[in-house]
Structures are given as C-alpha cells and as structure tokens.
Design a protein around this ligand. Structure first.
Ligand code: FAD
Length: 441
C-alpha cells in the first residue's frame, strides 16, 4: 500500500510529499465545520498523502500515476470552502496546487494566471497596472483563483459584475484524469462544466479572467433605525448608476454587535449598510442616505483600502465567521430573495422566527438582474428545525442553496447534467474528488 508513496516521492522529490499526521489533518479539512451537520460527518475524513505541485508538469505526473494505481485525487487551493468541497471523502491524495502561483500575463482587461495564486496578491499586482479584479470572495487574502472558480460563486464586486457565471472567466487550462491526461483549453459556454465543479470534472492549472479599470474605493457605514428603511435604501442604491460601487451589504441589528473590532463605530440597535463606493461619492451618498432616514456614521478613507481591516472582512460569509466567534452555535444558509418582494419576505421571516434568524444581504448582479442575495444566520438547535426554516423560506418564494451538503447541486453548479456527462468523459474511473457529484461510474 505504501508503494505509491515511494513512487510519488521518486517522481517529484521527497519534499513534495507530506505524510505526517499534522499535515494529513490540516490539508484534509476546509471550513465545513461552519455547518453543525457537516462537522460530525467529515471530521474523520483523511487523505493518505498530500502532494504539493508547483507546475503543470507535476500535476500531469501525479494524475498519470494516480490513474495507473486508481488512487483518488482531491485538488486543493487554500481550503477555505464551506461545504467540505476539498475534503477527501475516500482518502487517497490531496493535491495542493497553491504552488502554481505565477502571473503569466496582464493584458488590457484580462489577466492570465496560474490557479494557485492568492486573489489578494493578484488584486495587488493588477492594481499596480491600473486595473482591478472584477470580483473576489471575502476570503481573498487566502483564497486561490482556481479554488474560487472551482468552489465559490461571487463576492466583492458582484454588485457591478455579477458572479462567476457572468462572463467573468474567459479561459481555463484543464487537466483530465485519464491514462494520458489531456491538457484542454476551455473557452466560452464550455466553461460552465468547470466553474464551481469542486474539482470533479478536471483540474484547472491556469485561467484567464476579466479585469476592469481600477478605482479608488471609500468604505462607509450607513446607519438606520428601521430595517425596512435600510433595505429600501440598499435597493435604490443598487439601481443608482451615478454612484459606482463594489459592496452593498445591509445587516440587521444585532449582527453588527458581533463585529468586535468595529464596536466603537457601531451604535447599539442600529441596522447598518456596509458600502464600498468610488472615492468622491460621499457627498451624494450622504444626501441619498438621508432620503431613506439613513446617516453615514463611519468612513474609511480610500487611502486605507486593503491596508487595514476593511468592511468587506465583515460581509459575505465573513459575517458568519464573526457571529460564530460570538455565539458558537450559530450557523447559516444561502438564500435568494425576490427583487420585488424582499421587504415582505423579510417581514414574514422576522414574524415567524424573530431573532432565531438574523438577516444580512448582499445586493448583486445576476445575469441582467440586480438581486438581493443573502446568507442568513441561524441560531441552530437541531437539524429538523434547520430544514423547517429552509422549507419556510422556500414556501414564501425565497430560494435556498443548502450549504449543509457536500455534493454539487443544480442551482449553484449551473447545468448539473452537463457536468455529470463531462465527469464521465474526463474522469472515467471517478477518481477526481469522489463523492462530490452524483454520477454512476
Ligand atoms: P478550496 O477550498 O481549496 O477549493 C474549493 C473547491 O475547488 C474544492 O472542491 C477543490 O477541490 C476545488 N479546487 C481547488 N482548486 C482547484 C483547481 N485548481 N482545479 C479544480 N478544482 C479546484 N465564497 C464566495 O464565493 N464568496 C465569498 O464571499 C465567500 N466568503 C467566504 C468567507 C469565509 C469566512 C469562508 C470560510 C468562506 C467563504 N467563501 C466564499 C468560500 C470560499 O472561501 C471561496 O469560495 C474561495 O474562493 C475558495 O478558494 P480556495 O482556494 O480556498 O478553494
């Protein structure tokens, strides 16, 4: 059984193979423990060996060898996914590709980059050239571009540029899991078989993503006495094209009470909207907020953007992180509110569940629409109650993408059928991250 480890060490060098218990445990986990349902199911899953690849050739060598021995391979970026996407359900190899971290080319409106590059570093590099990422997750400091494309959805910037499915990815170099792995160059609609694929249909080694001209961003908190007012404001601002923005996040009180580092800037009882808007927009933003009984209560000047803890460090699924620090039993779901009826949906949820469900929203573009996405916090008691809440959301027209399962789902995964077909083609033995996509091999 240990023969394959010797072979891998011989192929790539001993330093590229980690076998100690601490490494096996560290590299076999992601942030699945945000879910009290996934936590007990995944905590004992362990890889048999961690392989560190730092170029395409090494990826190719590992895949070729693993195929010949029928060893499962689970690819990993930074391991910040929330649904156990990067957890090796059937042991085998965890292939860490964070060593593929070079920028290949920065062009006008795009960057070609290796998949293991951290998004925070990438953003810095492209900003030095007068451009910026169209969007990135709140985990950008750690998360890799390949991990985001293969396991994420959207983030800061999605209010203007939409999600991974909105033409933000231009090309991917993909390795298949076959006797002789193919190096595919994927573009256009075919990319949908690889975006949010959890590394099941192929392994990305290099991608081309779109960039936009960089702006200077000022961060602000607008405070409200009523949650309704804050949501009306957010909706109107989302549709206001004269104030360019990167982040638009309303949060109901008491969520801000979880944000310990911001405590002195947050008034107890106030509902807030966290914003990133273009530098120079504060005067018009102040007037705009006043129309909805909102007050700009805290500002972080553009000079400090990405230099100190930013407001985006409290948004998207980082909100759950701060909540968990304050109340370890909190968990979350992922929801899509109706752009027309979100106020009434919010009122029905509050009437039914009170402070058992705490709402925060991410206004974002999705296709041609601007929609209120949400990652509500749930004060978890038991699984049955959690699914009762999910069913209530669905019964009032709020869609839910369940984050308490590790398998790819139709909604977030685009066309799951096509992905299943692609899986059979590219990975005929079902060795890539087994157990994450429902296909009969
Ligand atoms: P990993 O966790 O390492 O991998 C994710 C999935 O992709 C796994 O299935 C892995 O097998 C696969 N994969 C990794 N690299 C490759 C590759 N090269 N080729 C093929 N498959 C690959 N997500 C968002 O979309 N938006 C957010 O704002 C956001 N906020 C978050 C906040 C917190 C606090 C946390 C814990 C998570 C958040 N996430 C968010 C989820 C996650 O951080 C992101 O999706 C992140 O981009 C994943 O990147 P990673 O490098 O950590 O990927």
């Amino acid at each position: 059984k240990n023969e394959w480890k010797e072979q891998i060490a011989e192929l790539l060098g001993e330093s590229k193979l980690l076998l100690d218990t601490a490494s096996l445990e560290k590299y076999s986990k992601d942030y699945y423990w945000y879910s009290p349902i996934l936590e007990p199911k995944l905590k004992h899953k362990l890889a048999e060996g961690i392989v560190l690849a730092s170029n395409e050739q090494e990826v190719n060598q590992v895949l070729t060898y693993a195929y010949s021995q029928k060893i499962p391979v689970t690819v990993r970026g930074a391991g910040t996914g929330n649904y156990g996407q990067a957890v090796p359900l059937e042991g085998g190899i965890v292939l860490d590709v964070s060593g593929l971290d070079k920028v290949v080319e920065i062009g006008d409106g795009y960057v070609r980059v290796q998949c293991g590059m951290k998004m925070g570093v990438l953003e810095k590099k492209v900003r030095e050239q007068g451009q910026e990422l169209r969007m990135y997750p709140s985990t950008f400091v750690k998360a890799t571009i390949g991990g985001f494309i293969s396991g994420g959805s959207g983030g800061i910037g999605s209010i203007s540029w939409g999600t991974l499915w909105d033409d933000n990815v231009l090309e991917a170099i993909v390795y298949t899991m076959e006797e002789n792995p193919q190096r595919l160059v994927i573009r256009g609609a075919e990319l949908h078989n690889y975006i949010h694929n959890y590394g099941t249909t192929g392994i990305l080694t290099e991608v081309v993503i779109r960039l936009c001209p960089s702006k200077e961003w000022v961060q602000s908190i607008v405070s409200f006495e009523s949650l309704e007012d804050s949501l009306h404001f957010a909706h109107a601002l989302a549709h206001n094209e004269t104030i360019p923005k990167r982040l638009l996040t309303p949060m109901e009180w008491p969520i801000p009470s979880f944000f310990v580092p911001l405590a002195k800037h947050l008034k107890p009882g106030a509902h807030v909207v966290f914003l990133e808007t273009e530098d120079g927009t504060l005067p018009s933003l102040t007037l705009f907020a006043a129309k909805y009984k909102g007050r700009v209560s805290h500002v972080i000047e553009a000079a400090f953007y990405h230099k100190v803890l930013g407001l985006s460090d409290f948004t998207w699924n980082h909100t759950t992180l701060w909540a968990l620090k304050a109340e370890p039993t909190i968990t979350y779901i992922q929801a899509g509110f109706s752009p027309e009826n979100f106020i009434s949906q919010m009122q029905q949820i509050k009437a039914e569940y009170g402070d058992e469900v705490l709402l925060h929203f991410e206004w974002m573009r999705s296709g041609v629409r601007i929609v209120p996405g949400s990652i509500p916090l749930i004060r978890f008691t038991n699984e049955a109650r959690l699914y009762e809440i999910i069913r209530f959301f669905e019964s009032i027209g709020v869609s839910v993408s369940d984050p308490h399962v590790w398998t790819l789902k139709g909604g977030a995964a685009g066309k799951l059928n096509n992905m299943q077909k692609k899986k059979l083609e590219n990975d005929p033995l079902g060795l890539l991250n087994p157990g994450k996509i429902a296909v009969e091999i």
